[in-house]
Design a protein around this ligand. Structure first.
Ligand SMILES: Nc1ncnc2c1ncn2[C@@H]1O[C@H](COP(=O)(O)OP(=O)(O)OP(=O)(O)O)[C@@H](O)[C@H]1O
Ligand SMILES: O=c1[nH]c(=O)c2[nH+]cn([C@@H]3O[C@H](COP(=O)(O)O)[C@@H](O)[C@H]3O)c2[nH]1
Ligand SMILES: NC(=O)CC[C@H](N)C(=O)O
Ligand SMILES: [Mg+2]
Length: 512
């Protein structure tokens, strides 16, 4: 049976996939399509509703992304968000121009039409999140304004007879109160969706399409033992069984004991072809003397691929390479047209020429928490699914500056102590990610009545659901005190331990 479908038309916004994910959270299957899709192709998908995303352009600008105005005459419910709202207004005869005052961040929204289905069950006044320079200065014929802010006279508008709805604010972001409810109202009260989709369907559909795509060819999966690649591997394994070989690379940048632990888990918990490659020398040689974080990331991305290619060849021909890439990896690497924050080794760090027919990434549209739910659906044990993430470039992005064996070994010990103390305090599940960083800074200390001049370790622990934004964790002082004292006493060459109290943004989770 075909699931109800809602399509997000992407006009280049930062949040297009966040919208899709919120829709899926409401139990309605959702896909993102570029605005360049034709109206005919869109209609053949038989969507129950269409959401127009935000975007950086101005609708009246030259070569601004647009869509066929016939969309609004089909009787299919449409919700425009930000740029999407402005585009709807512009294409249906309203007026859009630069606003006298831009709105960025929180704004107080007042609903002026409490009987609008979009605002059903929502208080009249609430905080929404805005990000716009333009506004709808005059709504199109047939539209009524349904909400305002102090500077935005049409913060929401609708033409119920044509099932057209528009909001200037972003209901999809966490900072908009009742945002999920507004989207749910659109889906259930306007599109009349019943909410017939669940993660199990995604897993089944993805497995079926992987089976069709791969056919009788052979696939190599880049398996780190982390959550994403484990879920991707188990999915592909369910699709094509022994045509899959998983390859785990020990690049010398793993945490203490990690190489053997991953090998042990993969061999005992899963019945997949598994190989471990020891490539420590190759990675560390190529990283010698390199200090720039982006250079390190690119080198690591290249090393990974070269090892997959050369080691893959030794096992016969592999047509496809599977990676556990997830959506935030793509966003941060600049792959959606947004700014490059850091080149994730598996996306922005990939070399141009690759000796595989294609890279398959079954999770590339999902966020971390969705991947975890998919993992549970696939029957992966929950302690594996809930492990903290570990970046592919590993300790290379946690040793600031040049990487040396000595620095790696200091960091490994300090990190192991911090993890032990977090575990002993029973905090593992309440922290999303926690680790130590070896800063490139030395400072003066006093130990045993003598002067020291040694490294500073930074401890980092964050809470987040999607790893796109994060807050520093309020770890009890006693836990920090214990970790600090053990690190200074047990590791050697470390005389100072600091705790990183920066959220993301402005920082990122990793230091490089
Ligand atoms: N040591 C490794 N050996 C083989 N492949 C790796 C290794 N490290 C990373 N990869 C590949 O790079 C991808 C991205 O790494 P990333 O750390 O984001 O995901 P993960 O390790 O699967 O999950 P997690 O985010 O939980 O650590 C992985 O899904 C995997 O395909
Ligand atoms: O596989 C990966 N390859 C990378 O190059 C990479 N860089 C960051 N990360 C992980 O992504 C999440 C967000 O990290 P940042 O806030 O540091 O950008 C955090 O969970 C990071 O650990 C990576 N994972
Ligand atoms: N976030 C957006 O969609 C912005 C839309 C438009 N460029 C504006 O500034 O108003
Ligand atoms: Mg990882």
């Amino acid at each position: 049976m075909k699931n109800e479908l809602v399509v997000v038309l992407d006009f280049g916004g930062q949040y297009s996939n966040v919208i899709a994910r919120r829709v899926r959270e409401c139990g309605v299957y959702c896909e993102v399509k570029p605005y360049t899709i034709s109206l005919e192709a869109l209609l053949t998908m038989e969507p129950k509703g269409i959401i127009l995303s935000g975007g950086a352009n101005s609708v009246y600008g030259e070569s601004a992304p647009s869509f066929s105005p016939a969309l609004f005459e089909k009787g299919i419910p449409v919700l425009g968000i930000c740029y999407g709202a402005q585009l709807m207004a512009y294409l249906t005869g309203g007026r859009v121009n630069g606003a006298p005052k831009s709105e960025f961040g929180r704004a107080e929204l007042r609903i002026t039409a409490p009987d609008s289905p979009l605002f059903s069950g929502i208080p009249e006044l609430f905080t929404c999140w805005m990000s716009h320079n333009d506004y709808i200065s005059s709504p199109p014929p047939g539209f009524a304004v349904t909400a305002v802010t102090s500077t935005c006279p049409s913060a929401a508008m609708e033409d119920a007879s044509r099932k057209l709805y528009a909001v200037q604010f972003h209901p999809e972001v966490d900072h908009t109160e009742h945002g999920s409810q507004i989207l749910d109202n659109f889906l259930k009260r306007v599109c009349l969706c019943s909410g017939d989709w669940k993660m199990a369907d995604y897993v089944d559909q993805t497995v079926a399409s992987l089976r069709e795509k791969i056919g009788s060819k052979r696939v190599l999966c880049a398996l780190s033992g982390g959550v994403d690649s484990t879920v991707a591997a188990v999915m592909v394994h369910r699709a094509v069984g022994s045509q899959l070989t998983c390859m785990f690379i020990d690049h010398g940048l793993l945490r203490k004991g990690e190489g053997d632990a991953v090998e042990e888990v993969c061999k005992t918990q899963f019945h997949m072809n598994f190989v471990r490659i020891n490539a420590q020398e190759y990675f560390l040689d190529r990283l010698r003397g390199v200090t720039d974080p982006e250079k390190k990331r690119k080198i690591i991305g290249d090393c990974f691929i070269r090892v997959f290619e050369s080691e893959g060849k030794k096992l016969g021909r592999f047509d496809y390479l599977v990676q556990g890439t997830i959506y935030p990896d793509i966003i941060e690497s600049g792959g959606t047209g947004a700014a490059v924050i850091k080149s994730h080794h598996n996306v922005g760090g990939l070399p141009d020429v690759i000796d595989f027919e294609e890279i398959i990434e079954p999770l590339r549209r999902l966020f971390k928490d969705e991947v975890r739910r998919a993992g549970l659906e696939l029957g992966i044990p929950s302690d594996l699914v809930w492990r903290q993430p570990f970046p592919g470039p590993g300790l290379a992005v946690r040793v600031i500056g040049e990487i040396t064996e000595e620095k790696l070994s200091l960091l490994r010990e300090a990190d192991a102590i911090f993890r032990e103390e977090v575990k002993a305090a029973g905090l593992e599940r309440s922290l999303s990610q926690y680790f130590a960083v070896l800063t490139n800074m030395k400072s003066v200390g006093v130990m045993g009545d003598g002067r020291t001049y040694d490294y500073t370790i930074a401890l980092r622990a964050v809470t987040t659901s999607d790893f796109m934004t994060a807050d520093f964790a309020r770890i009890p002082y006693e836990v920090l005190a214990k970790a600090s004292s053990r690190i200074a006493n047990e590791v050697g060459n470390i005389n100072r331990v600091v705790y990183d109290i920066t959220p993301k943004p402005p920082a990122t989770i990793e230091w490089e």
